[in-house]
Design a protein around this ligand. Structure first.
Ligand code: GDP
Length: 140
């Protein structure tokens, strides 16, 4: 298994409830290392661009509004098999279907306000990291 990097967002429902540390603890405890991190308030244009792949989905406008409803923490995570490992620690999109002990099972409010984002494959990880981070902002 190779060392990989993946992109993560701690979403506005989590920053609002001041539980970013609890979420980072889950990531670090799973062996993921935070090699890039910043707290930002996404612009509408950034949120629309980031989620452009979902443009045709019925929840797109709601999702964009939610993602700009408060600050988020964007992260680059590094580790063995980081992309799959992060998805495992996050749990299923819908917290009702998320495995016990996962971030979404324990912290998500609902299918939209589900506390975290994680890249779903190597190509998206690369694109999503580059969307928010310059090379100099990632320190391994
Ligand atoms: P993810 O990869 O597990 O984050 O899931 P998706 O890529 O399918 O969806 C992206 C994000 O859109 C999710 O994390 C949710 O915040 C939101 N989302 C997904 N499905 C729904 C839905 O059915 N309704 C609403 N309101 N939001 C959704």
């Amino acid at each position: 298994m190779a060392t990989e990097r993946t992109f993560s967002i701690i979403k506005p429902d989590a920053t609002r409830r001041n539980i970013t540390g609890k979420i980072i603890d889950r990531l670090e405890s799973a062996g993921l290392r935070v090699v890039g991190q910043k707290r930002i308030h996404m612009t509408k244009e950034q949120a629309e661009g980031f989620y452009a792949v979902h443009k045709e989905r019925p929840f797109y406008n709601d999702l964009v509004s939610f993602m700009i409803s408060g600050p988020v923490v964007v992260q680059v995570l590094e580790g063995e098999d980081a992309i799959a490992k992060n998805r495992e620690v996050m749990g299923a999109t819908n917290p009702k279907e998320a495995a016990p002990g996962t971030i979404r099972a324990d912290f998500a409010e609902n299918i939209e306000a589900n506390s975290v984002h994680g890249s779903d494959g190597p190509d998206t990880a690369k694109t999503e990291i580059a969307f928010f981070f310059s090379d100099g902002e990632i320190v391994g």
